[in-house]
Design a protein around this ligand. Structure first.
Ligand SMILES: *Cc1c(COP(=O)(O)O)cnc(C)c1O
Length: 269
């Protein structure tokens, strides 16, 4: 909420800490602010974004999300005389490229310049969030639990509710991801104990508070039929969920961010 951003900004101001906005989801967040925050219900997405960014000293943006482009991002610093600018500039060449293009090709920069506007179109945002709501409504009808209300970028299905028989250390969220792939070729991922990983000191598997399977929805890719396939696949899995007696165990894992690359095998009964 803008109220939350303002409260954080007040604390930062008091202690002279520059406030940076992670702007990857700025447009979808502005749309949620319009829907949910009384003060902003009659304002345009652009005006709401103005109110958000008025609170901050700088922003970093992965443009691959709300700016609807294949590649790219940017850093903005509000005050042209800010002491933040020179250290950013100094590191830019070795990490990304010259400050004017940051390693991006001209084609990507042009797409980004257009996407910064297109991503703010309220009709587009309504259609985008509407896709999540459509899938959520089908899950409601089928009695399939998910994190509610749905967010902007995807639907998080409650895999522990789907497989109450599976303990966290057999990775219910990953089991559902694998079943979705087997059922209908749908690629998703665990947001649960499998992603959380091991305690850095004891090396014990951590127990996540939730075992979700994330259906992250790319922008402007799927039609309503695709969402029906997702819902139908989840319903089919729910019907046979009790037949799944065991989950998976890890046979290889990298030391960090293991969930992107680890290798799993089914646990035999
Ligand atoms: C995706 C995302 C990032 C990271 O962006 P990448 O371009 O994938 O590195 C950072 N912050 C938020 C809020 C995001 O959603």
């Amino acid at each position: 909420s803008v109220q939350n951003i303002r409260d954080v900004a007040a604390v930062c101001k008091k202690y002279h800490i520059p406030l940076n906005i992670d702007a990857a989801r700025y447009a979808e967040n502005a749309y949620f602010i319009k829907l949910r925050e009384e003060e902003f219900k009659d304002q345009s997405i652009k005006e709401i974004i103005r109110a958000m960014f008025d609170c901050a000293d700088m922003f970093t943006m992965s443009a691959k999300k709300d700016t609807v482009v294949n590649m790219g991002g940017l850093i903005g610093v509000k005050d042209a005389n800010s002491p933040l600018i020179l250290p950013i500039k100094a590191r830019c060449i070795s990490y990304e490229g010259f400050t004017t293009y940051g390693g991006l090709s001209g084609r990507d920069l042009e797409a980004l310049a257009i996407g910064l506007y297109e991503g703010l179109d309220e009709n587009y945002l309504r259609y985008r969030i509407g896709q999540m709501e459509y899938l959520a409504a089908r899950l409601d009808d089928a009695g399939i639990a998910y994190q509610a209300p749905v967010g902007g970028h995807g639907v998080f299905v409650d895999a522990q509710a789907m497989f109450p028989q599976l303990p966290y250390h057999e990775f219910p969220g990953q089991v559902l991801a694998i079943e979705l792939y087997k059922e209908a070729g749908i690629r998703s991922c665990d947001i649960g104990s499998y992603m959380l990983g091991n305690d850095p000191d004891t090396k014990e598997q951590l127990h996540a508070a939730f075992e979700f399977t994330r259906l992250a929805i790319p922008r402007r890719v799927y039609t309503q039929s695709h969402f029906d396939i997702m819902a139908d696949a989840l319903i089919a899995i729910k019907e046979r969920a009790h037949e799944i007696k065991r989950g998976y165990r890890i046979v290889w894992e990298p030391p960090i961010l293991r969930h992107f690359q680890a290798e799993l095998v089914p646990i035999e009964e």
